[in-house]
Design a protein around this ligand. Sequence first.
Ligand code: ZN
Length: 154
Amino acid sequence: MARKSPQPKATSFEVLECVQQNCPSCGKPMWNEYNNLRHVRTLKGVVQLLLKIRRCQNRSCERYRIKYRPEQEGSWALPQQEFGLDVIALVGALRYSEHRSVPQIHQQLRDRGIEVSERSVIYLLERYDELVALWLSDHSRLKAIAKKGGYQNP
Ligand SMILES: [Zn+2]
């Protein structure tokens, strides 16, 4: 989604390192080749993430020079998204548990200090719906695998 307003100032800062420091393909150490900065708007403010990006340096490896990003990045936000997963979860809860309209959700987010347009609220609701659909399909798939393998859900 194209940005019309300037990026909000970060209120906190986090450094994310890769847990996996060896290449998942060849097992040789991956170098921290460069860092990326990313801003994520969360319910607790705007967080600036410093991402330590690694790459395999083994020329004979199939993952040679392919980026490896910190695993934890995915718990903050979806790829290419500026709003955190916590904001998406709140938007979904307000819509489906509390039956709030888009303008009401928009107002609640603004009351929490989150600068967002109504159009962005609609967009966040769409992301929420996609995540729920993905979870449901994955959950069904996992249940089928567990059943096939004779495992029981607790
Ligand atoms: Zn490798």
